[in-house]
Write a protein that binds this ligand. Sequence first.
Ligand code: FNR
Length: 314
Amino acid sequence: MMKKDQHMKYALECEYLDSLNSVKLRYVSLPSINIQDVDISTKFCGMDFKYPFFVNAMTGGSKKADEINKRLENICTTLHIFLFTGSFSPALKEDTFYYPKNMGVNIGADKKLDDMQIAIEKTNAKILQIHLNPIQEFMMENGTTNFSDWSNNIKAAIDNISIPLIIKETGFGMSSYTIEKLLKLGVKTIDISSKGGTDFSYIEDRRRNTKREYLYEFGYTLKESLLTSIPYMDRLEVIASGGINNPMQIVKCLAMGAKAVGVTGFILKQLEEKSDHEIIRMLRSWISEIQAIICMTDSKKLEELKGKWEDKKC
Ligand code: FNR
């Protein structure tokens, strides 16, 4: 089975843990807003988005991945939801794979500027995500073990690429040390993609049957990464992802200051179980529920929602 297909197979086995369950939104018994008037549009990377959530980087580089990318493109274009395709890396070696155009494209921080530019040109991408995945590289067979060029590659992208960039984790979250390093490089937008859903230490461990469960603890939950990133939100845009599987979690991330929220493994699970039509219906319902939840914090738009949360441990 190809690497990308194994990723999907084991991603479906990952268990979800809601680190945001102690975060409570301010609930208002007497809202003074019509739910339909709640504006849930957002802006990041200098672009306007109709909805504050998107489908995050997942796949590309196998026959099954092609089918999934076609389905994701259909679902996302029907709903006007933004989509980031999975890493373009397999397509650099073999030009036959299907990657949706005019959306977001994704590539690893180990790649040089030329490869990043090819990924953008071939997909006519609006945004480039550069992913950071040192744990996964270390745990997989023949992964990169030399990370010494990653910062230079990111810097070259910042200096030379004209479309907006997002520096993205892959499910292990970000520490303040990481965020400060990225800030020094001049990064403007980060996706703190954290623990809580898809776990690549589990996936790579399962692929090789190496039984190194002790490595699974590395990284931060979504709540930990969000709390870490709050003090930096005046200097860079923060996108939240990792373990998102319902609209309440999306609104909590937005209240905590995230500009938008990415959903990945949960969508993969839906693709396994449901038709495109059923997924579109479910996501339409998410859109109305996001409006309703925000209305019940007595907010008309995302800027008003910001800060209306507290951390209740009991
Ligand atoms: C991913 N993810 C990912 N990320 C990335 O930057 N480039 C990639 O190519 C991939 N590939 C990939 C394949 C599959 C099958 C999954 C499920 C995920 C990681 C993804 O974008 C996200 O950061 C994590 O999955 C955490 O979010 P969820 O899945 O917990 O919502």
